[in-house]
Write a protein that binds this ligand. Sequence first.
Ligand code: NAD
Length: 402
Amino acid sequence: MSNKEKILCVLYDDPIDGYPTSYARNSIPKLDQYPDGQSMPSPKNIDFTPGELLGSISGELGLRKFIENAGHELIVTSDKDSKDSVFDQHLSDASIVISQPFWPAYLTKDRIDKSPNLKLAITAGIGSDHVDLQSAIENNLTVCEVTYCNSISVAEHAVMQILALVRNYIPQYKWVVSGGWNISDSVSRSYDIEGMDVGVVAAGRIGTAVLKRMKPFDVNLHYTDRHRLPESIENDLNLTYHKDVDSLVQNCDVVSIHCPLHPETEHLFNDTLISKMRKGSYIVNTARGKICDKDAITRALENGQLAGYAGDVWFPQPAPNDHTWRTAPNHALTPHTSGTSLSAQARYAAGVREILECWFENRPIREEYLIVQSGSLAGTGAHSYSAGNTTEGSDQASKFKS
Ligand code: NAD
């Protein structure tokens, strides 16, 4: 076993009424493998009950017993953005940082430079853009995530939000709870999705799962990706491939975004691209907030170029209270929740444990979990990212007031 490690784990706060003592359901389904055959996270053991809240500070990803029995130190905090935060205080001698994208501990260049012992950054989830990947490359950090752990969770959320926007669900629900029966107000922005053109930007694990789930709605399916899908999948789903995002958006009514955030995709959806979309298009973004230009989206909702915007990702996170998307018209946004259902938490908690077991025992981390290793992009990082940094502006998260 390696020397004593200090593991710094940043998680979101417990529920405002305290850590749950009971749950809506008694169990979650047990899955044998992911849709492409990839095996589920496979630690030697787990010390939590699948289906319980693991991603909040009292849940501790079910890691404390394992880490302390192995002779290491675990610090868990949600205090990550304030000046002199608990996160910043412990970074100087931490060797491992664990963070969830829902409540990201931004590992900027400045923070990496101040952390001489830091060797490993684990994303409890998918999407490691909260780490300055360029600095991670230059400082020989290993960055890894639990690939596939919540891809289907996100695909389900994206489909839910596509339908919520096109059918105009949220305003209709609001009439019910406010005691009204306003049919005209409810339906004057409500359409059927049948026959529409629906496209995804990136057809990786999530994008492909969204396409599969949308097929039974009898829509015309489109996609763009830097890697073209096998012909058999294109034929099965009757997909139209577009060589770039410009072509995709000009031919779609609904666009769902599923690429990682990296320098090629930062602010991809700006005024110029949005102006090329069909008037009254819908965007659902469950990928990363910064793939969209915040102000361009707000303007397009206000002037009707977009009929609706949904998703669950913001920049930075938590979103400042004055973030313009909170009050923009015709949105159906959630906080960043799609990948942290109780079902997903069980998978990524087990995946983090698997990664730590490998690290402590000097065994290789699965190739598909790797984003950066040995000074370059690796594994899924090499397939799905480009090198560089997209954390700029993350300090604005300190403007959030709960
Ligand atoms: P994946 O690696 O399976 O797929 C990513 C795809 O994006 C790949 O097919 C890649 O070729 C494509 N891509 C990358 N850059 C591109 C570009 N410039 N243009 C077109 N295509 C490009 O990953 P995944 O599991 O599908 O997850 C995708 C992303 O979704 C993650 O990186 C993360 O940012 C986000 N995500 C969000 C949540 C959430 O809770 N909202 C959870 C999981 C993942």
